[in-house]
Design a protein around this ligand. Structure first.
Ligand code: MN3
Length: 201
């Protein structure tokens, strides 16, 4: 089986001014496309050729670095695009808002802790909100790893992820990762995050 890159669920410029169109074009059309192409190359003719993406991710510790990095890259970015939307952001509501308050004290405290996870991830990686044993937790991963991987330090089901690789923000924010992470809150699709939480519980 070979993997393909799905189109973005919105226009490249749809997340302006928070995430600029050129960053979206390069991030989706070049970076994500490269993960898909390199994943296909890495599994071609191997025992993993017929694995689903989830199957590959779950055995990240025992597959090649090329499959781990590019399979993770494909999964993480597909998840990331769907985590954002135009005219989104603001604060979550309903059951998700209650779960966030109960796990972190308040929405503001949650945002601070999540941003902190992104800020303190040295080099390239991801910040995550996950469901772990029925509760919400925040963690981060290096490179293109994610909390579904057998190698993850903190394992759980991701419901929100922020890409903190420089390629995700450098054109608009240069080295200001904190500014990018604070703009991210304007485009989070809380409806999707809540659906993921409900599915994981
Ligand atoms: Mn990226």
């Amino acid at each position: 089986m070979s993997f393909t890159l799905a189109p973005l669920p919105y226009a490249h410029e749809a997340l302006e001014p928070h995430i600029d169109a050129q960053t979206m074009q390069i991030h989706h059309g070049k970076h994500h496309q490269a993960y898909v192409d390199n994943l296909n190359k890495a599994i071609a003719g191997t025992a993993h050729e017929n694995n689903s993406l989830e199957e590959l991710i779950q055995q990240a510790g025992s597959i090649s670095a090329a499959v781990r990095n590019n399979g993770g890259g494909h999964w993480n970015h597909t998840f990331f695009w769907a985590s954002m939307a135009p005219h989104a952001g603001g604060a979550p509501s309903g059951k998700l808002a209650e779960a966030i308050d109960s796990a972190f004290g308040s929405f503001d405290a949650f945002k601070e802790k999540f941003s902190q996870a992104g800020m303190t991830r040295f080099g390239s990686g991801w910040a995550w909100l996950i469901v772990k044993e029925g509760k919400l937790e925040i963690c981060s991963t290096p490179n293109q790893d994610n909390p579904l991987m057998d190698v993850a330090e903190v394992k759980g089901t991701p419901i929100l992820g922020a890409d903190v690789w420089e390629h995700a923000y450098y054109l608009k924010y240069q080295n200001r990762r904190a500014d990018y992470l604070s703009a991210f809150w304007n485009v989070v699709n809380w409806k999707v995050v809540e659906e993921r939480m409900n599915a994981a519980l």
